[in-house]
Write a protein that binds this ligand. Structure first.
Ligand code: GDP
Ligand code: IMO
Ligand code: MG
Length: 420
């Protein structure tokens, strides 16, 4: 049985913390898409750890962690991250497994990402510049190097061929930066990667399922960044939604059970692209300050705004969400008034659907106002302590999106969560 946990907004919903919280209930935690563009924050022994490539179950001894074939893997980031988790006494040789069909990010993918963004100028995506787009392009273009290839005798030739192809593209972009230092660290990291557990991911996970093991598929990015259904072209290059789990791990849709969606109690976005409820005023600044809204991967300030129920209802629909976790509710503790967006006004027409041209039209969000709960919730432990104003906020959202909020997270720590 496979449960899925993924982000319902534009990423950074707190997936890492929630996976870490749920991990003791599972035997396997598996990443099925994305790459080092992800930054999943957890607190271990009181220390902050940000994971980019390794699934967020790595700190639980009983959990096997699988990097699935749908992921794009940068060996350099992986090696660095393995060193970080090793400093907490985790032996990655015991509980980290990598699918041999996982696509590898090579240094020239990062260069291409940078060159492409520079060429786009003001209309750039705001990519994390980790090489994600170019790596997925090589996958669908059928040029990619996969983890299993690193072990084969012709890896050097494959690398040289792909590197040469990239150089032609880089020349077209007039990109002249020297990336030889990146290549040196890449080849060192490849040697390290070859010492890890490289497995046939689809047999590996299906055998676990046959043995009755419980799997949690961990999403990266958010559903509004999905390559098909997000705010295209301001999206990432993979299917971040629940449908991506099957292709990203090699499992049947029949194996999927719960689909758990994570949303903040408000909304953020990092990088370019439409964000209908974005606040450019002091309230937006307040959300960023109280919520410490700065990117876990790039350190960029996150754009902040009210929760967008039009987008949230849409992402619940395309994912088949069965339960919701609401994070960062504590960030709203000091706000006297809250707004939730219930419709978009586009050229004077009201709609409760996400439009095709979301990246091109001007959207005026229509809000319903709520009274804030105005109290310190970080100390709350049980559902009975949830203030009435907060219950009303939650009930309205449940009703609107058609899925129940089952947990409310009220702080970054593992124990700061209430089951409703
Ligand atoms: P992810 O990419 O979805 O895993 O989320 P990030 O780690 O990028 O960003 C979420 C941020 O919010 C991290 O700094 C977390 O430590 C923090 N966080 C998660 N849940 C909560 C919460 O309930 N309250 C507060 N205040 N912070 C939280
Ligand atoms: P987690 O897993 C938030 C955004 C980038 C950019 C767009 C494309 O931590 O939620 P890419 O590097 O994929 O080419 O960037 O997507 N983005 C994220 N935003 N959280 C993430 O991951 C993101 N990964 C990519 O900022 O706008
Ligand atoms: Mg993040």
């Amino acid at each position: 049985m496979v449960d899925v946990l993924l982000g319902l907004q534009w990423g950074d919903e707190g997936k890492g913390k929630i996976v870490d919280f749920f991990a003791p209930n599972y035997d396997v935690i598996a990443r099925f898409q994305g790459g080092p563009n992800a930054g999943h924050t957890l607190y271990v022994e009181g220390k902050k750890v940000v994971l980019h490539q390794i699934p967020s179950g790595i700190f639980h001894k009983g959990c096997i962690n699988l990097i699935g074939n749908g992921v794009v893997l940068d060996p350099v980031t992986l090696k660095r991250e393995c060193d970080v988790v090793a400093s907490f006494g985790v032996d990655v040789k015991l509980n980290l497994f990598i699918a041999e069909k996982t696509n590898v990010i090579i240094p020239s993918h990062r260069a291409l990402d940078k060159a492409s963004e520079m060429q786009k100028g003001d209309s750039k995506i705001g990519s994390t510049l980790k090489g994600i787009g170019p790596a997925y392009m090589d996958k669908t273009g059928r040029n990619a190097i996969r983890v299993g290839d690193l072990l084969s005798a012709d890896f050097d030739k494959q690398y040289k061929d792909l590197r040469a192809k990239h150089q032609t593209l880089l020349n077209n972009f007039n990109f002249t930066e020297d990336i030889s230092a990146w290549e040196t660290e890449f080849f060192e990291a490849v040697e390290f990667l070859k010492t890890l557990n490289i497995v046939n991911g689809e047999y590996f996970i299906n055998k676990k399922l046959d043995e009755g093991k419980k799997v949690l598929a961990e999403g990266a990015q958010g559903s509004m960044l999905d390559i098909d259904f997000g705010t295209f072209p301001f999206v990432t290059s993979s299917n971040t939604i629940s449908a991506g789990v099957c292709t990203g791990l090699g499992i049947s849709p029949k194996k999927i059970n719960e689909v758990i969606g994570v949303t903040k109690a408000y909304c953020t976005r990092v990088g370019g692209g439409p964000f209908p409820t974005e606040l450019h005023d002091a309230t937006g600044e307040e959300l960023r300050k109280i919520g410490s809204e700065f990117g876990a991967t790039t350190g960029r300030p996150r754009r902040c705004g009210w929760i967008d129920l039009v987008a949230l209802k849409y992402t619940c629909m395309i994912n088949g969400i069965t339960q919701v976790v609401m994070t960062k509710a504590d960030v709203l503790d000091s706000f006297a008034n809250l707004n939730v967006c219930t419709a978009y006004s586009i050229n004077g027409k009201i709609t409760d659907e996400v439009p095709f041209a979301i990246s091109k039209v001007e959207i005026n969000p229509q809000y319903k106002a709520f009274k804030g709960w105005n109290c310190d919730r970080t100390v709350l432990k049980q559902a009975a302590e949830v203030p009435v104003d907060m219950s009303q906020y939650i009930e309205f959202i449940n009703e609107f999106i058609g899925a129940p909020i089952k947990y409310v997270s009220n702080g970054p720590g593992r124990e700061q969560i209430i089951s409703l």
